[in-house]
Every structure is written in structure tokens, then in C-alpha cells.
Design a binder for this molecule. Structure first.
Ligand code: ADP
Ligand code: ADP
Length: 226
């Protein structure tokens, strides 16, 4: 059975200056432990598609199933990394990473332990008590990644997570992501505008076209993984 199954998905934004069709009749199936990258011009509906899979936005029509269940709002099996970190500025790095665990009712000691483990993984152990404003862009993005990993989601939904980073940091985080994907058998849905990045990361590259937003082509990347 597919991990993610999207059928006839459409999204129309109603606006004062008319409607915008962000997605039109999109079908997509993603297997368990598959790594999919989505590329396409700005405005073609990539973020809309991710947000609907994440349960952060409702579709106008069509269905999204994860593990055979209709998506209704966010769920613990789906972790999201946004383009712009979305950290709480008034919380320390550690508290930011603990947040999702706290929401799920996990006790103090256990969530601290898990948050520290994932901060360690992204190389930020020494910054647990710092605040987001004290960190560089790359470090903030690492915190956002640690926060998503900490809830140990089976599905990682990532919206241009490395777009704002310098080349070296990006390469490092790409490598760490591939490692996590392999060892923890994650299913990854990763948006990028960088075709090179898509080919480095993905087994399958989904090319979207704008107006109306739809999947134009799906390309298998036949690169053996180390
Ligand atoms: P990107 O192309 O990187 O996804 P955009 O600048 O197109 O970023 O959009 C950023 C966010 O702003 C979108 O995810 C969406 O929620 C919101 N947005 C985009 N276009 C509109 C619009 N016309 N009206 C209201 N909100 C919008
Ligand atoms: P992408 O991520 O590929 O840049 P988006 O999914 O952000 O594309 O946007 C797809 C289309 O929907 C764009 O035309 C955008 O302007 C529009 N859009 C996105 N969010 C909103 C919103 N909240 N209200 C109105 N239009 C939106």
C-alpha cells in the first residue's frame, strides 16, 4: 500500500480579484521510504501541495491519504520543515525543539532527553540555551530540522529547507538528511527550486507547471545510493 496517496486534488483560492487555481486535479502516489523532490516555477503550487499533505490547509476537492487514512489536520506521523524556520523567538533552542513533544503530552525529563539527542545530531548541543536571534540562518534552520525530527515522524515534509543557506551548510545538511532518511526509513517530500539539489536528494523528481498548477512529469533518478 502507498504511504501517501493523492487523488484528484484541486485547490482554488477565492480572492477579491478572482479565483486562483493553485492545484488542478493532481494525482500522486508516494511509497514508504521513498524520497521525492518537487520542482517547478514560483507559484506552481508546491507549497500548497505540501501544506495540504501536512494538514495545514484544506483542499477544494480530491483526497490525501497517509497510511490509508484521510488527512484531517496535522498529525504526529508528518513532520514539517518550513522555508522560514518558524521558531518561537521567546523560547530557547531547547524549548523550541521540545515544543512538539510537549504538545503530545510527553513528560519533562523524556522530552528534554529527546530534544538534546536531536540537537546533538544537527550539531547544536552547545546552543541549547541560546535564543533564535543569537543564531545564524543556518543554525536556525538546523533547530527547525531538529524540531521536526524530534517527534520522529514517518513522513518528512520539507519546503525549501536549505534554500537560504550557504553552499557548505547546505551540502552538510543534505548529507545528514540522506543519512536520516536511510537509517530511519523516512518518507521524504522535499520542495526545492534547485534542480541540482533535487537530483542529489531524490529518487523521483516531480516537475510541476504553473497555470493551472499540476504535475507535468515525474522523473526517476537512477543514481545508486552509497
Ligand atoms: P514560494 O514561492 O517560495 O512558495 P511565495 O512568496 O509565493 O513563496 O508565497 C509565500 C506564502 O505566501 C505562500 O505559501 C502563501 O501562503 C502566501 N501567498 C502567496 N501568494 C499569495 C496571495 N496571492 N495571496 C495571499 N497569500 C499568498
Ligand atoms: P509555489 O510554492 O510553487 O511557489 P504556492 O503553492 O505558494 O506556489 O502558490 C500557488 C498559487 O496559489 C500562486 O499563484 C499563489 O499566488 C497562490 N496562493 C498561494 N497561497 C495563497 C493564498 N493564501 N491566497 C491566495 N492565493 C494564494
Amino acid at each position: 500500500a502507498p504511504k501517501i496517496e493523492i487523488k484528484g486534488l484541486s485547490k482554488v483560492y477565492k480572492g477579491r480579484n478572482g479565483d486562483v487555481t493553485a492545484l488542478q486535479n493532481t494525482d500522486l502516489t508516494i511509497r514508504q521510504n521513498e524520497f521525492v523532490c518537487v520542482v517547478g516555477p514560483s507559484g506552481c503550487g508546491k507549497t500548497t501541495l505540501l501544506n495540504i499533505i501536512a494538514g495545514l490547509e484544506d483542499a477544494t476537492s480530491g483526497s490525501v491519504r497517509v497510511d490509508g487514512q484521510d488527512v484531517r489536520g496535522p498529525g504526529k506521523e508528518r513532520g514539517v520543515v518550513f522555508q522560514q524556520y518558524a521558531l518561537f523567538p521567546w523560547k530557547t533552542v531547547l524549548k523550541n525543539v521540545e515544543f512538539g513533544l510537549k504538545l503530545r503530552g510527553m513528560g519533562k525529563t523524556e522530552r528534554k532527553e529527546i530534544a538534546e539527542k536531536y540537537l546533538n545530531l544537527v550539531g547544536l548541543k552547545d546552543f541549547a540555551h541560546a535564543y533564535p536571534k543569537e543564531l545564524s540562518g543556518g543554525m536556525k534552520q538546523r533547530v527547525a530540522i531538529a524540531r521536526a525530527y524530534a517527534v520522529q515522524p514517518e513522513v518528512l515534509l520539507m519546503d525549501e529547507p536549505f534554500g537560504a543557506l550557504d553552499a557548505q551548510t547546505r551540502a552538510q545538511l543534505q548529507e545528514e538528511l540522506l543519512k536520516t532518511w536511510q537509517t530511519e526509513k523516512k518518507t521524504c517530500f522535499f520542495i526545492t527550486h534547485d534542480v541540482d539539489e533535487a537530483v542529489i536528494l531524490a529518487q523521483k523528481v516531480i516537475i510541476m507547471s504553473a497555470r493551472p498548477g499540476r504535475i507535468k512529469e515525474i522523473v526517476d533518478v537512477d543514481i545508486p545510493y552509497p
